[in-house]
Design a protein around this ligand. Sequence first.
Ligand SMILES: [Zn+2]
Length: 203
Amino acid sequence: MVSAKLQRVVSLLSRLPGVGEKTAQRYVLHLLTTDATIARELGAELATLRDHVKPCDTCGNLADVEHADDPAVCRICSDGKRDSSILCIVAKVHDLMAIERAGTMRGRYFVLGKLLSPLGGVGPEDLPLAHVAREVVSRGVKEVIVATPPSVDGEATALLLKRELGPLSVRITRIASGVPHGGDIEFADPITMGRALTGRQQI
Ligand SMILES: [Zn+2]
């Protein structure tokens, strides 16, 4: 019915989260009918995206690199104005982005990559606990803010972090309510996220 090439791009786009077939079709038709530079630039950026963006070696946030094997340092880690005595621990980069949007966290981050999930087969040995502890000690961290989501796995991870980091004489706090129980930090609006950070409590 339509061009095979168009259909191929539509089916690739509709594999993305939140993009259905109709939306994908709208995107492709838009790219075909408006200024040609959008499609060209998008194509060029996507083609090299995976070679030039990788997890920061220190915190796990996403960092730009010139070559794929270069050391990765993210913009937060290289920002001298950040307070190294505060370390905010999150599950994923999406959560870091949501907290940054709130604009109240002046410290640095650590991205765990996953949550403890006994039912999902993720045990303590699968989390980078030694790496977090090393960061806490080597940077003289005074407060660890545990910003894992308020879900069963998020709470279990918070307790595990408390157990692992507790002996390091660092204050460990947990973000307050405001983020709905079972909710996703990623989708919290900046005001709610800001309140959750301000109201954090020692655990
Ligand atoms: Zn970093």
